[in-house]
Design a binder for this molecule. Sequence first.
Ligand code: NJP
Length: 243
Amino acid sequence: EDKVLIITGASSGIGEATAKKLSQDGAKVVLMARSEDKLKTLKQDIENNNGEALVISGDVTKSDDFKNAVQQTVDKFGKVDGLINNAGLMPLSFVEKLKTDEWEQMVDVNIKGVLNGVAAVLPELKKNKGGDIINISSMAAHRYFPGGAVYCATKSAVKMFSEGLRQELSPKYGINVTSIEPGAVDTNLTSTITDEDIKEKMKEMQKMTTLESEDIANAIHYTLTQPARVNINDVYIVPTEQK
Ligand code: NJP
């Protein structure tokens, strides 16, 4: 498909796998994250497989970075068809440890990052009279897990914001909105955890067979390739071993 799609957090994990999957199917992918070197390597890889990609070094917590990303996308490809709000952090900890800087980071990236993205891209999607917004929420939007009080709260916010967006935008502008809610996926997401108690608990979890980033990329691809009349509201996808 000939869609132009901005993917945040494209420098690793789910974002990287999604960029590869969508570009293999003909989408022009705009790779946004802070690690420019990793994005350049990914762009090369995509181009080696006959795909097209644009690298945007940017921080989703900065609304100007997002506005710049949208402008650069329009300059290069002439339009924006969709946004995959995937960038996220998960520095889990128990609330009583009061790791307030980490709470703030999660609120900034996981929630404000999504809002910044929608604000930047919406004028373009309205102009096109259609498009796709895919927000990566989590299984954590449905249930608490140890150390996840703040993370779960941010992902619940993303899920509910997605539903509000869908109801406001889908009937009026034909902009389809989806919340993707994965269980455990084998990525670098746990690398931001500083709480030693949680790191111990994570070792237990890591014995479980998890999903691969490609499984989520496939779900995103499915969502994006439905006819315009179909809105996939939520994709709740977990490893078979996860309760
Ligand atoms: O994690 P990881 P995932 N501005 O760490 C980027 C959700 N999820 O692929 O800026 C811009 O490999 C960072 O890039 P960089 C999860 O909550 C996951 O698992 O270069 N980008 C990197 O590319 C998250 O929303 C699981 O450091 C920023 C990316 O985010 C999404 O899946 C389960 C940024 C993180 O890649 C992708 O995470 C679940 C910023 N300020 C939901 N800060 C799971 N893995 O189990 C970070 O339910 N990034």
